[in-house]
Design a protein around this ligand. Sequence first.
Ligand SMILES: Nc1ncnc2c1ncn2[C@@H]1O[C@H](COP(=O)(O)OP(=O)(O)O)[C@@H](O)[C@H]1O
Ligand SMILES: [Mg+2]
Length: 326
Amino acid sequence: MATPAIDVQNLTKSYGPVLAVNDISFQVQPGELVGFLGRNGAGKSTSMRILTTWQPASSGYARLAGYDVMYESMEVRKRIGYLPENVPVYPEMRVREYLTYRAQLKGVDRHGRGARIAYCLERCRIKEVQNRLLATLSKGYRQRVGLADAMLAKPPILILDEPTSGLDPVQITETLNTIKELGGDHTVLLSTHILSEVEKVCDRVVIIDKGRIKFDDTLKSISDREPTVVAEVRGPGEAVTRFLQDQPELLSVAAKGTDGDLTTFEIKARDPRKDVREELAKRLVGRGWGVRRLESRRVSLDDLFSAVVFREADPAATEPAATPAA
Ligand SMILES: Nc1ncnc2c1ncn2[C@@H]1O[C@H](COP(=O)(O)OP(=O)(O)O)[C@@H](O)[C@H]1O
Ligand SMILES: [Mg+2]
């Protein structure tokens, strides 16, 4: 297999007693667009600062494009574009001037420089503010200047820390579209705490919580997971539960709540490709019970995220529909 674009092994970072990143490992292959998803304080920015050589790890290692972030940091820096959480501001500089300065710093070829800056201004939709002072820009525009900066030197790897934070909904959509277009040519690791952003643009999601990786898989495999059937049955709760548990096609039956003589169940079939609903309806009605709902529900990233993130916090929470990676 090709050298991974990003290879993280047992990376740990503590700030005094705070374990911000706790023994994380994951890889990103060239051309992948991966969402790094987690709540505030989960450890996303800390991880990204280590990957981009801005901060040393306490232990473990990371290699980008095959280079060690600690021992070959200059090689790493040549190959990455980084949009930090807080885009550095040079308030007295104008947008175009700032990007020109950054392009020089990054060694963008002098002849192609003007064209490259024009391209990035266009791509990040900041052409109209190119002559404005950075100090006068809104957070949304500053963020897009940061994105333009990250892509200036055509780095193969982009590390984007919450690229949509501070943007309004229209800008969010535009920025996500830009990032999606960048995928394919680039390897992109994008952090966010917003699920729908991952769903819109990413191929894969790595979920981090309290410094640990809780899940790592493709969105496709999430949507391919076995569906849950949600059933609402009118009848004596215990008898209905026992009856459902006795059905050979069913793998699991969990009563989720009752409302008078109506019980809600979450059911999984033994064969995930088989739709058991019609057969179940027939048998339940055959027993003289009422079937008010029989709905097949796919696992969403939302379900998964809650299951992964809240499982520890709430010991009473049920097993997630999907089994997260260790
Ligand atoms: N410079 C720092 N000094 C001390 N603690 C820090 C520092 N930076 C982050 N932390 C702590 O590390 C944890 C992870 O933070 P961070 O990586 O910023 O998370 P995220 O980007 O996912 O919101 C948090 O508990 C945060 O308070
Ligand atoms: Mg952060």
